[in-house]
Write a protein that binds this ligand. Structure first.
Ligand SMILES: Cc1cc2nc3c(=O)[nH]c(=O)nc-3n(C[C@H](O)[C@H](O)[C@H](O)COP(=O)(O)O)c2cc1C
Length: 228
């Protein structure tokens, strides 16, 4: 498929600091390689009414809409939800063009399965916005990428880059995301035990940095015995 792809990076993090943007950027470059014109927009931008209006207009002329977002509390971040609501409302009006959608959700826990509910939300949105659902990719351990370019991470992201390459080829051909891409993206970046060990060390390092090492066991919201 030649044509246009509009990619929304759904993190509120600063430019160049988010995993969603890393994934969106890599996929965008691959889609460009397959002859698609791609535009990447970061979701904080859509808070400005003029930017939102321009985005909606661009979406009407796009063959493909890609959302790359982080997982927040088993769902999508507020800024993304708000953007999707605006898009659905816009497309419920007149003059909308047909299009297709892919969603990529990355989460902090090592298991990609945490992204299932958010991907189901994206799919429900696609139906509401009259976009043909091409599929969803879930990635665990997203913090290990942390906004860096996937090309620079070599071995760590070999399955992620392969998944995005397969996805770009399929989408550019007007096909759904291949199951192999879903499976590759869901593979843990590192062994879960290694992930937990590294996470434990960084938890302690952060506590030291914030002078909270002796409070790691604190349970400030636990009701006291009288309230139980
Ligand atoms: C408010 C908030 C809620 C989060 N909730 C979850 C969650 O429910 N499950 C999970 O695995 N990660 C959760 N995370 C971790 C993010 O999904 C993870 O750090 C992700 O890699 C951030 O992507 P980004 O760099 O594109 O923003 C949460 C992060 C924040 C800030």
């Amino acid at each position: 498929m030649s044509g246009r792809a509009l990619i929304l990076a759904g993190s509120a993090r600063a430019r160049g600091r988010s995993t969603s943007e890393s994934l969106a950027g890599y996929l965008g470059e691959r889609l460009t390689g397959h002859g698609m014109a791609t535009t990447l927009v970061r979701v904080p931008r859509l808070r400005r009414p003029a930017s939102l209006a321009a985005f909606l207009e661009e979406l009407d002329g796009a063959e493909l809409f890609v959302l790359a977002a982080p997982l927040y509390v088993d769902a999508l971040p507020h800024l993304v939800t708000r953007a999707l609501e605006r898009i659905a409302a816009h497309r419920a009006g007149t003059g909308r063009a047909a299009g297709a959608m892919l969603a990529i959700v990355n989460c902090g826990f090592p298991e990609a399965a945490h992204t299932r509910v958010a991907l189901a939300i994206c799919r429900a949105f696609a139906v509401r916005a009259d976009l043909e659902w091409r599929g969803g990719l879930g990635l665990g351990g997203g913090e290990l990428i942390g906004g860096r370019r996937l090309e620079e991470l070599g071995w760590l992201t070999r399955n992620v880059t392969r998944a995005l390459e397969l996805t770009a080829a399929a989408l550019a051909a007007g096909e759904p995301v291949p199951p192999a891409a879903v499976e590759l993206m869901a593979r843990p970046l590192v062994h879960p035990r290694v992930f937990t060990a590294v996470a434990d060390v960084s938890w302690v390092q952060r506590a030291v940095r914030h002078g909270a090492l002796l409070q790691l066991g604190a349970r400030p919201y636990e009701p006291d015995a009288a309230e139980r």
